[in-house]
Design a protein around this ligand. Structure first.
Ligand code: CA
Length: 332
């Protein structure tokens, strides 16, 4: 509690200084889609936002889950977003008592249906629904995969779904992601931020988790079609493993140009989410059969060895015969 309040205070004091210099604040902030301290309302109700499950609001933080088992918490915006191009910045913190084992993580959503989890079916994706319709950006802290990923955890991935795809925890969603990146966002003393930008049909995710006060690009995925009129939400879950997942602010900016034809945005309301490109599955290709390969190699080496030895004996033999002939000629 004390730590959270301290963090909150420091953030309030320090945020405006760097926000104006290095961060993007030129665009119009959409108040009805944003959430800024102090959070008016308390406990389980907030202006413009709905809290679900274990989510709890104080004046300075929204705690999606406490550091306890089997929790699901959600924070859902009540107003759909009608901008075609937008940007969402989330100030968050993930921390807990676990040193090596912790989880599961949280997810930021732009979806057709705000989740009612933990009530309802398919509440299996970080406190929200599987088979969702829209965009999910998942900040996964626990590596569930038995094999070896070619990336480290914590891991951020983006998934676009038209309602038919299943998020596979066993592979940490790598089968269905459009792109991903590793980011050490958990257990940091300093403030941690993530930004999702959707502009020109491209989803780009940035992070500021190294206390640099500047965005670094995590992933970018072009060819993503998302309709207007969907809802923003942030959800988190714990299972056997636990962590505290907290949100300190959500800022949504409108990136549409002022002269954009409103009819274009209206038309865009009816499309289904789609991605032109999915990353190739990260689990792969059976291992080559090592015993057969080494068998061939061995046979080859033995053959070469035999040829070399035979050659040497043959040349040595000729040399010996020649030498003998030569010495005989000299004696007679
Ligand atoms: Ca995982």
């Amino acid at each position: 509690m004390y730590l959270s309040l301290t963090i909150a205070f420091l953030s309030i004091v320090s945020f405006p200084q760097f926000a104006s210099s290095t961060w993007n604040t030129n665009e119009y902030m959409k108040r009805e889609n944003s959430l800024i301290r102090p959070f008016h309302g308390s406990g389980s109700s907030l202006n413009n936002w709905e809290l679900r499950g274990s989510a709890f609001a104080s004046d300075t933080f929204i705690r999606l889950t406490p550091d306890a088992r089997s929790m699901q918490g959600g924070l859902w915006n009540r107003h759909p977003c009608y901008s075609r191009n937008w940007e969402m910045e989330v100030h968050f913190k993930v921390f807990g008592s676990g040193k090596d084992l912790f989880g599961d993580g949280f997810a930021i959503w732009y979806v057709r249906d705000p989740s009612t989890c933990p009530g309802g079916a398919h509440c299996s994706v970080f406190g929200s629904n599987d088979y969702f319709v829209g965009l999910g950006v998942i900040l996964d802290t626990y590596n569930n995969y038995n094999g070896v990923h070619n990336h480290e955890h914590p891991y951020i991935s983006a998934m676009v779904n038209n309602g038919t795809l299943h998020y596979d925890h066993d592979r940490d969603g790598t089968h269905t992601q459009v792109a991903g990146c590793s980011a050490k966002f958990r257990g940091r003393e300093h403030d941690t931020y993530v930004k999702i930008k959707y502009a020109d049909d491209t989803v780009t995710v940035y992070t500021d988790v190294e206390n640099r006060r500047a965005w670094s690009q995590c992933l970018t995925a072009p060819g993503i079609i998302l309709p207007t009129g969907y809802y923003f939400g942030i959800t988190a879950a714990t299972g056997d493993l636990t962590d505290t997942h907290e949100i300190y602010s959500v800022r949504v900016y409108d990136l549409d140009s002022p002269d954009q034809d409103p009819a274009v945005n209206k038309e865009r309301a009816n499309v289904l989410p789609s991605a032109s490109f999915f990353e190739a599955p990260r689990d792969h290709v059976d291992d080559p059969k090592p015993s057969m390969m080494s068998g061939f190699k061995k046979l080859f080496l033995i053959l070469v060895g035999v040829i070399v030895v035979c050659g040497a004996i043959f040349i040595g033999g000729i040399f010996y015969v020649k030498q003998n002939e030569h010495s005989r000629k000299r004696l007679y």
